[in-house]
Design a protein around this ligand. Structure first.
Ligand SMILES: C[S@@+](CC[C@H](N)C(=O)[O-])C[C@H]1O[C@@H](n2cnc3c(N)ncnc32)[C@H](O)[C@@H]1O
Length: 350
């Protein structure tokens, strides 16, 4: 740590340990993109000295100053990503924060919805009680400074499910994945949190933001654990952070030892991959041939309805299994011939 300037340089990342109300270290129009999540002002325990429950007017005054500095340092025709969520009993604050950025001069482009959890998969804070449902998503507001910005939507794109769209909508097999990002929120009881931070966002968020604009540098004025700088480090670009209440060990660990790897763009990470692996395995061992040839104990597989459930699951994940389709078609045909709709699979194969 450099005591004179109160800053820390780790690899190609610089963190200034001061308030971002004045970012004098950063020159005008020098930053390619900004990714940040401000304090939410609802009593989170970022640091013992830090009061995350300021009077509302003071909170908005702080954000106004920081956003004005963001506007100053951002290059023209560049983009600012602002992550903030409402808590169950604090509805509407995010919108007011977004309006503040608009009043400073940023154009609001759109909202990206970060889904933190679905059906209990992924962490979220239970706060709704019997008055409201828990909030399991947050905003990533997308702002620009100037109209001539460009997003490289395919840099975080997905492959077409329907390959006939290649050539019709796009030259290659890549399409924009859309503005709902399912990124599980890591459980907040790990080392990072215990050692001093309650609210880091996943590194996947700044990773996607930086990729989306092909930025050559990035700023996070509320750096926290330095997730944004960890993404910048991973992508090999310089990052600048401001953090008024730094936890040095946490920051070093986050930037250097996060073991980050980009997440597959799938509905439930790893579940889809596992289903694919299992499916390939079943195709390779000629599972269905054995099934037809009665070399497997059919009773274990129940009736045709269950096979159709598996088929529907594979179809909705865009996973092909021609063997399964063939056997179901064959069984359906036989069923039509015999005039029976749902017969046990065991009966068909007798
Ligand atoms: C929501 S957290 C950011 C978390 C960060 N995105 C991460 O992944 O770790 C907001 C951070 O802003 C810091 N902070 C609050 N006031 C600040 C100020 N005036 N200047 C710089 N940082 C400040 C807090 O200490 C807290 O770490």
């Amino acid at each position: 740590m450099d005591n004179k300037s109160n800053k820390l340089k780790i690899a190609n990342q610089i963190i200034y340990f001061k308030s971002s109300e004045l970012m004098t270290e950063i020159t005008d129009k020098s930053i390619d993109t900004i990714v940040t999540s401000p304090p939410y002002n609802r009593g989170k325990n970022y640091d013992d000295d830090y009061n995350d429950k300021l009077p509302e007017s003071e909170y908005f005054e702080l954000l106004k100053k920081v956003f004005s500095e963001c506007y100053r340092v951002l290059k023209n025709n560049s983009v600012f990503f602002l992550n903030i969520g409402d808590s169950a009993n604090d509805q509407g604050k995010s919108e007011n924060v977004a309006k503040l950025a608009e009043n400073i001069g940023f154009n609001r482009i759109q909202s990206i919805i970060w889904v933190k959890s679905i059906l209990g998969k992924g962490h979220y804070t239970p706060s709704g009680g019997n008055k409201r449902l828990n909030n399991i998503w947050e905003y990533i507001f997308l702002f620009s400074k100037g109209e001539k910005y460009e997003l490289d939507v395919k840099s975080i794109g997905i492959k077409y499910a329907d390959k006939s769209n290649i050539g019709r909508y796009s030259e290659d097999d890549l399409r924009d994945a859309g503005n709902v990002w399912l990124i599980n929120y890591a459980k907040t009881t790990g080392k990072t949190i215990k050692k001093g931070h309650e609210a880091p966002f996943p590194i996947e968020i700044p990773f996607r933001c930086i990729k989306l604009v092909n930025a050559n540098n990035v700023l996070d004025p509320f750096a926290g654990t330095c997730s944004t700088l960890a993404a910048a480090h991973y992508l090999g670009i310089p990052g600048f952070g401001y953090e008024k209440y730094p936890k040095l060990d946490v920051i070093k660990d986050r930037i250097l030892n996060s073991n980050f790897t980009p997440q597959d763009q799938v509905l439930i990470p790893d579940l889809e991959k596992s289903v694919k692996i299992l499916n390939d395995f079943l195709i390779n061992i000629n599972f269905y041939e054995k099934l037809i040839n009665k070399q497997l104990d059919i009773k274990k597989f129940g009736n045709i309805k269950k096979l159709k459930t598996i088929q529907r699951t594979l179809q909705s994940l865009n996973i092909q299994n021609p063997n399964l389709d063939a056997i179901i078609n064959q069984l359906m045909d036989q069923s039509k011939i015999k005039g029976k709709k749902t017969k046990s699979l065991t009966d068909y194969l007798k």
